[in-house]
Design a protein around this ligand. Sequence first.
Ligand code: GDD
Ligand code: MN
Length: 372
Amino acid sequence: MRKALIVIPTYNEKGNIKSLIEEVFSVTKNLEIWSIEILIVDSHSPDGTAKIIKEIQKKYKEKIHLLETEKEGLGKAYFKGFEYALEKIKPYVIFEMDADWSHLPKYIPEFLKKIEEGADFVIGSRYTKGGSIPKNWGLDRKFFSILGNQVIRWGFMKPKITDWTSGYRAIKSWIIKDNLPSMKNRSGYVFQVAMLDKAIKKGAVIKQVPIHFKNRKEGESKINSLKYSIQTFSYVLTHSSFIKFVIVGFIGFIIDFSISFLLIEKANFPKNKYWLANTISGEIAIVSNFILNNFWSFSHKKIDNNLFTYLTKFLKFNLISAGSVIIQSLGVQIFTNIIGPQYWIAYKIGIIMFVIIPYSYVLYNKFIWKKK
Ligand code: GDD
Ligand code: MN
């Protein structure tokens, strides 16, 4: 039998938790290769949630664990719960699940099926075919949730992952073990996004299960949407390879432009050597882009410490960059011939945004900074 542990953080959930636990055991009782245990992480709820847990522990015995922690936010509760689980319970899979009946236990077998089929990380998605959010959510909550997920999806260039903030997931223990040390200071709800981002960067196989997210049964939500949005947004800005890659490209543009300007205007390169000035500045920009991308944008896929691989990849990088230059010049020329010369700057910006950026990002990922 393989052990699956459902970690449920609770803060004032006395009206929900007992029926939820019973439902979890009831929908999983016929699973053949999985034995289910539950870990409640309660932050000293003033409403006496822990007392209820201690009561049902008498019925389910060692199947229910209780960890009592300080009230330091959802992320910290999960952090402590995971630490405890890895050390004391040693499950094969760990679930994250809310205590308020928003996450229906009936989906647990579907999550486990995906794990059996080879997934390392299964997300319960509200934003995929067959999933949903409650119709009566306020406009503000809908707005934050839907827009937030779009920003993360496209910021990380992972459109196939439709629900980044979902708090209903099943994760293989090895991923949690690998990521936990770097998660220590993520106390808020952004913990969810960070865990998924790190798993993807470790090469985890991600699968989704559509879920209908229900309104909480009893009590009230502890989420602070504005704080959550700000945390999430700054997480994406500082962790997205794609955004860093765009910034690096911009720095490269500035380097290229300033060095050619210096060589031509200040070092007085002769007219017939302008090509040389631009080759030098262009190549310096390429070297800088290559280094910045390797140690910053794609630092999780850094090139091996081997001179030969470095050189061949640098050569490929030059080829891809040369491709960009050719696409750009041809594109500007084609639009100029069709529409006229007066908008050449617009053509150039458009081509960079819609062709060069996606083209080079895809090729870099395919040929230079490949998944490990
Ligand atoms: N131990 C502990 N400590 N538990 C907490 C704390 C805390 O400080 N804060 C919240 N919880 C528990 C709640 O008791 C509940 O079981 C769960 O965490 C989710 O909290 P809610 O307050 O119900 O959050 P929500 O419904 O607004 O947010 C849900 O949806 C978000 C995306 O829309 C959660 O699933 C989030 O994880 C998710 O990001
Ligand atoms: Mn909730």
